[in-house]
Design a protein around this ligand. Structure first.
Ligand code: ATP
Ligand code: MG
Length: 412
């Protein structure tokens, strides 16, 4: 089945919002065995919308459109679909009653302009949308399908998961693609490639190696008539890869560095605290992205000013001798965080986020240190010259990799 995504909205063209709907849908099609060939973006203009949808209708079996189902004059998806199929729109009495009910339920009277959200064409049926006023449209004719869903992601995701994906699954008879991603740290792309080379010639599942910010990923993709059969193909290969890569693997699929670090801390009843300078709290924020992090994360201190560092216990003499942008200062910060927050492990991050020099150190200079009693210490210093935000992100990722190294070192 050949599919095409059409993302509708002038905001998308102006770069005011990112097309996360296309990303969301694109990532979910392989598991349904649906091949995605095109993604288009088009503004809220009836003629151009009909042109893009018309082309999609001609060349694809399945068109997934999002956006433009609202009640306002610039919401034109229904009108454009009717134009493409040359069908006349009518107001569906049941849908209109439901829509009035939706407003009444919120103690409001329905504005007249919302009536158009209750319209259909002969080839369309409504898809329910309990999270908003706009029902979707399932349009089907001559063996081809257009699915029009609302633009707001919370409404679209529910409609996809509860209504559209199950229906597509029911109809599907081809092969599905299932993937498993193993995530590693501490090895370069070439090293990983070499370790897995005995298995990498496999045609199904295929194996790919990708360098990412959080380390090198190995992706295994299996194609089979059903999800279960695809998993059976992946399983033995995954076992081989796990044996070959050993402790370099820290997680799979949805796992993040912060969740991997958190899981080990939790399992071993260890607590963590941080003192950050150039990352401004981003490390603490990332650590607390994990639900349940309160079990192991004691807290984070953001000591941006030198006086703040000293105030929280960083040794003044160390700063006088080495400066705040130094590995010595990072160690002091890690130690001080541990002490202030009474944790087993402390992390200190200092550096220059940029774009200007600080203490004659170039932007992107980063020192990270970890201190603990039972596990010893770790430290890394590097220079990574990119934008301010990227420098901060990279420092957070590196801190988490370093933590993982500390926590798994005696297992290696
Ligand atoms: P509404 O009833 O809210 O008007 P709609 O179906 O008409 O819904 P749009 O008006 O096109 O949808 O978009 C509404 C909002 O949904 C946008 O302002 C944006 O925040 C979000 N949105 C729309 N399209 C996308 C997209 N492709 N990716 C991410 N967000 C989107
Ligand atoms: Mg709208």
């Amino acid at each position: 089945m050949r599919a095409e995504i059409v993302s509708i909205g002038t905001e998308l063209l102006l770069g005011e919002i990112l097309d996360t709907n296309a990303q969301y849908l694109g990532s979910r099609l392989p598991a349904l065995g649906i091949d995605l060939f095109y993604v288009s973006k088009v503004g809220d203009n009836r003629g151009r919308l009909a042109e893009v949808l018309g082309r999609a209708w001609e060349r694809s079996d399945l068109v997934l459109a999002t956006g433009g189902l609202g009640p306002t004059d610039d919401d034109l998806t229904r009108e454009a679909i009717a134009d493409v199929l040359r069908e006349e729109a009518f107001v569906d009495a049941t849908l209109e009653a439901e829509l009035r009910q939706f407003f009444a339920g919120r103690g409001m009277t329905m504005p007249d302009r919302n009536v158009k959200q209750a319209s259909l064409i002969p080839s369309a049926r409504a898809i329910s949308n309990p999270r908003g006023t706009a029902p979707g449209w399932w349009v089907e004719r001559d063996g081809r399908v257009i699915v029009a869903m609302p633009g707001p992601p919370v409404e679209m995701h529910r409609m996809w998961e509860e209504e559209v994906a199950p229906e597509l699954k029911r109809r599907h008879h081809g092969a599905v693609l299932v993937t498993r991603t193993l995530k590693t740290a501490g090895l370069g792309e070439a090293a990983v490639d070499e370790l897995i080379s005995p298995f990498s010639g496999s045609a199904n599942p295929t194996i790919g190696v990708y360098a990412r910010a959080d380390g090198v990923h190995v992706r295994v993709a299996g194609k089979a008539p059903t999800e279960g059969e695809a998993m059976e193909l992946i399983k033995p290969v995954e076992e081989d890869l796990r044996r070959a890569l050993g402790p370099a693997i820290w997680g799979a699929d949805e796992n993040t560095l912060e969740s991997a670090v958190g899981a080990i801390l939790d399992e071993r009843n260890l607590t963590l605290s941080t003192m950050e300078s150039c990352t401004g709290g981003l490390l603490a924020s990332t650590i607390t992205d994990v639900p349940g992090s309160s079990r192991y994360f004691r807290g984070g201190l953001v000591s941006y000013a030198t006086e703040a560092k000293i105030g929280w216990g960083v040794n003044e003499d160390v700063i006088a001798e080495h400066g705040v942008i130094s590995s010595e200062c990072a160690h002091e910060m890690a130690r001080a965080a541990r002490q202030q927050l009474e944790s087993d492990i402390g992390v200190g991050v200092t550096g220059v986020a940029g774009p200007d020099l600080q203490d004659e150190k170039p932007p992107g200079t980063i020192h990270i240190a970890i201190e603990s009693d039972s596990l010893g210490s770790q430290q890394v210093s590097y220079q990574f010259a990119q934008g301010r935000e990227a420098v901060k992100r990279r420092a957070v990722t590196t801190s988490l990799v370093l933590l993982l190294r500390l926590l798994t070192s005696e297992r290696r």
